[in-house]
Design a binder for this molecule. Structure first.
Ligand SMILES: Cc1cc2nc3c(=O)[nH]c(=O)nc-3n(C[C@H](O)[C@H](O)[C@H](O)COP(=O)(O)OP(=O)(O)OC[C@H]3O[C@@H](n4cnc5c(N)ncnc54)[C@H](O)[C@@H]3O)c2cc1C
Length: 435
C-alpha cells in the first residue's frame, strides 16, 4: 500500500479524485515531472513565462502539501525513464493520475501499465463531466461543437467539485529539495501569478468584485487581458482551479445577482474547452497530423524564414507582430489574438499549422493540448470547423480590434518592412572550406 500520485495538470488539492483516492495508503509519494517539448518539434523546452507560472504553481502546491505533512518531489526527465526508477526505489504498489487527453500522454500511461506490474489508476480529470456522464460513447462524440453543446446542455448538469483533501498519508522519505524559483517575474503588462490563490483571487475579481462577467460577451474580444476576458485559462490549464468550481461560481452568481447573455457566455466557452478536451481523447495521434482527423490533403510550403519572422513578431503585419511579442513577453494572448496570429501563419505565410501550435505550446502559460491543437486545426480547416477553416482579414481585424493602433504601439508591432524572400550566399549549400 505504498502509493504514488503523479501530478500533471491537476495542481490542486480540491476536486482532485485521484489525490483523494489514497486515504487508506500506508504512504504516499507526490511527484511532478517538468514538461518535455513534443518529440517531433524541438523548440527547446518551455518559454520563460510558462516556466515561471508553473514553478510558482508548484511552489504553492508544495507548501499546501507540507501543511498536511506531505511533500512534492519535482524532477526533470521523461516519465518512461523516471517513474520506473521511482517505483523501484520506493517500492511503490499503486500509481494514480488525473485523466488527461493527448496521444503521447495516453501512450505514456499505456507504457507504464505494461512496464510496471502495479496498477496505474486513472481518475476523472479537470473536465465538467466524467466520461460515463456524457450522453454518448466517446466513439460517437460529434465532430463539430454545436451538436455536442446541444446534447450536453440539454441532458447534463455539472456536478459540484469534491472537497479539498485535508488528510493525506505520510510521505515515504524525508523532505524533498526545494523547487528552484523562476528567474522571470510576472510581466508588469499582464501580471498573472501562478498558484491556486492567485486563480481564486482572479475568479472572485472577475465575477463578484468587478462583475465583469455581466458584460463579458461584449468585451471578450479585447486584445489585452484583464480588461476584456476572464484570463482564467492559465489556472484552468494547470489545474490550479477546477473547471467545475468555475462553472459553479458562474451558476451561483447568476442565482444571487444577475443572469444575462454574458454570464451564460462564459459557461458556453467552458463548453468549448470541454468539447476540445474530449475530441483530443478521440482524435489521438491525428491531433498532430497535418490533415488532422479529416485525412484531407493539405498543401503547405513551409518556409523556415517566414516562420522565424512570425515567431519573432517581425512580419509585415503590425497586428500579428504585436500579438506575437505579447505572447513571448507574457505567455498569454487573447482568443481573438490567437485566431489572428494563427490565420496569418496558415494563410498569409503558408506555414504548417503544427509549427505554430508547437510555438504556442512552448510559450502559453495556459497551454492545454486539446484547446491548443483543436483550435489550430479548426483554423487550418482540418478539425472541427464546419466551414472548413478560417481566413481572417488582417486589415479588418486591426480596424475592428485596434482602431487607434494602441495595442500595436504598446507591443512594438510596427517593424521595418522586409522582402518576402531573400537570396543570400549563406542559403546555398556550398561547403566554404572546399571552395
Ligand atoms: C490558435 C489557438 C490556440 C489556443 N490554445 C489554447 C491553449 O493552449 N489553452 C487554452 O486554454 N485555450 C487555448 N485557446 C482558446 C482560447 O483562446 C483561450 O482559452 C482564451 O483566450 C483564454 O483566455 P480567457 O481565460 O480570458 O478566456 P475567456 O474568454 O474568459 O473564456 C473562459 C474560459 O473558457 C475556455 N475557452 C474560451 N475560449 C475557448 C476556445 N476557443 N477553446 C477552448 N476553450 C476556450 C478557456 O478555458 C477560458 O479560460 C486557443 C485558441 C486558439 C484560436
Amino acid at each position: 500500500m505504498r502509493h504514488l500520485h503523479w501530478f500533471r495538470n491537476d495542481l490542486r488539492l480540491n476536486d482532485n479524485p485521484a489525490l483523494a483516492s489514497h486515504a487508506a495508503a500506508e504512504s504516499l509519494l507526490c511527484l511532478y515531472l517538468m514538461p518535455n517539448p513534443r518529440p517531433w518539434c524541438n523548440l527547446n523546452g518551455i518559454g520563460k513565462q510558462r516556466d515561471r507560472f508553473l514553478r510558482e504553481s508548484l511552489i504553492e502546491l508544495k507548501a499546501a502539501l507540507n501543511k498536511r505533512g506531505q511533500d512534492l518531489l519535482v524532477l526533470e526527465g521523461s516519465p518512461e525513464l523516471v517513474i520506473p526508477h521511482i517505483v523501484e526505489r520506493f517500492a511503490i504498489t499503486e500509481i494514480s493520475v488525473s485523466r488527461e487527453p493527448g496521444f503521447y500522454e495516453s501512450q505514456t500511461i499505456e507504457f507504464l501499465e505494461e512496464r510496471l506490474s502495479i496498477p496505474v489508476v486513472t481518475h476523472r480529470g479537470n473536465s465538467l463531466f466524467a466520461e460515463d456522464e456524457l450522453p454518448m460513447p466517446l466513439e460517437d462524440l460529434p465532430g463539430v461543437f454545436s451538436p455536442f453543446r446541444r446534447k450536453v446542455e440539454k441532458k447534463l448538469f455539472v456536478r459540484k467539485p469534491i472537497d479539498e483533501v485535508e488528510r493525506l498519508p505520510p510521505t515515504p522519505a524525508a523532505q524533498f529539495d526545494a523547487i528552484p524559483k523562476a528567474t522571470e517575474k510576472p510581466p508588469m503588462a499582464l501580471p498573472l501569478p501562478g498558484g491556486r490563490q492567485a486563480g481564486l483571487r482572479r475568479l472572485k475579481q472577475f465575477v463578484y468584485d468587478e462583475e465583469r462577467i455581466t458584460e463579458y460577451k461584449l468585451t471578450r474580444n479585447c486584445l489585452d487581458g484583464l480588461d476584456g476576458s476572464s484570463t482564467l485559462s492559465p489556472w484552468l490549464a494547470n489545474g490550479n482551479l477546477s473547471v467545475r468550481e468555475v462553472a459553479h461560481t458562474i451558476f451561483d452568481f447568476e442565482q444571487q445577482r444577475v443572469a444575462n447573455e454574458s454570464t451564460y457566455w462564459l459557461f458556453f466557452e467552458l463548453l468549448w474547452r470541454e468539447f476540445f478536451h474530449w475530441r483530443a481523447h478521440v482524435d489521438g495521434q491525428s491531433m498532430f497530423q497535418l490533415s488532422g482527423a479529416t485525412g484531407k490533403p493539405r498543401r503547405s510550403s513551409f518556409e523556415p524564414r517566414a516562420f522565424a519572422r512570425w515567431c519573432a513578431g517581425d512580419t509585415n503585419y503590425p497586428i500579428v507582430n504585436a500579438l506575437m511579442r505579447q505572447l513571448v513577453a507574457t505567455g498569454w494572448m487573447s482568443n481573438r489574438g490567437r485566431q489572428i496570429a494563427a490565420s496569418c501563419l496558415i494563410n498569409e505565410l503558408d506555414g504548417d499549422w503544427r509549427f505554430g501550435a508547437a510555438f504556442f505550446e512552448k510559450h502559453l502559460i495556459d497551454y492545454d493540448v486539446g484547446s491548443n491543437y483543436g483550435n489550430w486545426q479548426y483554423i487550418a480547416g482540418v478539425g472541427s470547423d464546419p466551414r472548413g477553416g478560417r481566413h481572417f482579414n488582417l486589415e479588418k481585424q486591426t480596424a475592428d480590434h485596434d482602431p487607434e493602433g494602441l495595442f500595436i504601439e504598446k507591443w512594438g508591432g510596427n517593424r521595418p518592412a522586409q522582402p518576402d524572400y531573400i537570396t543570400d550566399a549563406a542559403d546555398w549549400p556550398i561547403d566554404n572550406e572546399k571552395v
